[in-house]
Design a binder for this molecule. Structure first.
Ligand SMILES: [Zn+2]
Ligand SMILES: [Zn+2]
Length: 338
């Protein structure tokens, strides 16, 4: 079996990897129908996160269960399943509270850019669709595995309510799906931040009412203008830089909510600024598993189409080009077909 392996900055290779096998009785082996490159894969790809030697890649997946361990009871071979980037038992106190990405037994799933994948804690991690879906639904189910679930969590953490004024910082796949999530939750106004025409267009399609090209303090001022000097009720922070985080906090009205899902890179918060900002701050690695049943249902019924974020589809053996296209910002997100 061949899969993607990252060797160093801009050096990803499609090469021979061991065929995954059942290791624990709670494992499942999934034949991936589709997988993809994530914005977070670009941090080590660009050399901004160090890696320790050759690293198999991929944490977004959906596909058909090939085999299960003998302790797996609810997931069965032949089912079409979706899982998230952290395997979770879905029974420990953190899972029961809805924070499966902090599961006491969590395991990172990071070998998905391959035709076959081992998923630990299969009963807790995987959710099956009612039947095997048609091919056109697969990109949307794949999006649910991470970016859709993460955008949704950003909106939940930002307490988006019907009629709310929402701002979304970040025009990557997660930010765009944060727009879709806010729309689905009934936001009255959705202000998206983007300087890229194809992303602006998709943001509009997903429900953005206003597009801003400003950044930092200028963006904060524009959002204040658009909200009669008040600030946004809910701000989704989907980038993870110092500037984007301060922009998110600065754009939020006193008493408002910031949902932050951008993995922080060098973000440091000033305690005094935070104190006087009077905002609720909640976020972290999205507990996508919490939202899988609801999001799968919305996709199954055709109510949302998050698969539109994939603007490049390649065969898995061209994964190298998939990384390049995203690294150069030629593509929003690359879908890979094994
Ligand atoms: Zn991801
Ligand atoms: Zn757990």
């Amino acid at each position: 079996m061949k899969g993607a392996v990252l060797y160093g900055p801009r050096d990803v290779r499609f090469e021979q990897r061991g065929t995954p096998k059942i290791v624990e009785p709670t494992d499942a082996i999934v034949r991936t129908s589709a997988t993809c490159v994530c914005g977070s894969d670009l941090w080590p790809y660009r050399g901004l996160n160090p890696i320790n030697g050759p690293t198999p890649m991929g944490h977004e997946y959906c596909g058909i269960v090939e085999e299960v361990g003998n302790a797996v009871s609810t997931i069965k071979p032949g089912q079409f399943v979706i899982g998230s980037f952290f395997a979770s038992d879905n029974t420990c106190p953190h899972c029961r509270a809805g924070y499966q990405t902090s599961c006491q037994h969590r395991e990172f799933v990071n070998t998905a850019q391959a035709p076959l994948l081992r998923v630990p804690l299969a009963d807790g991690t995987l959710v099956a669709t009612p039947e095997v879906p048609s091919a056109e639904l697969i990109p949307s189910f794949l999006a649910v595995s991470d970016v859709m679930g993460t955008g949704w969590f950003a909106a939940v953490a930002a307490n988006v309510k019907p009629g709310a004024a929402v701002a979304v910082v970040g025009d990557g796949a997660v930010g765009l799906l944060g727009v879709l999530s806010a729309k689905q939750m009934g936001a009255g106004r959705i202000i998206a931040m983007s300087r890229h025409a194809p992303r602006q267009k998709l943001a509009r399609e997903f429900g953005a009412t206003d597009i801003l090209t400003e950044r930092g303090d200028e963006a904060v001022a524009r959002i204040k203008d658009l909200t009669k000097g008040v600030g946004a009720d809910s701000v989704l922070e989907c980038v993870g830089t110092q500037e984007s985080m301060m922009q998110a906090i600065g754009s939020t009205r006193p008493g408002g909510f910031v949902g932050h899902v951008g993995v922080p890179h060098g973000v440091e918060l000033d305690g005094e600024k935070l104190f006087y900002a009077h905002v609720h701050l909640h976020g972290g690695p999205a507990p996508v598993r919490r939202f899988l049943p609801e999001l799968i249902d919305l996709v199954w019924k055709g109510k949302i189409n998050p698969g539109k974020v994939f603007d490049l589809t390649l065969p898995l053996d061209q994964v190298v080009e998939g990384y390049r296209a995203m690294g150069d910002r030629r593509a929003i997100k690359t879908l890979l077909r094994p």
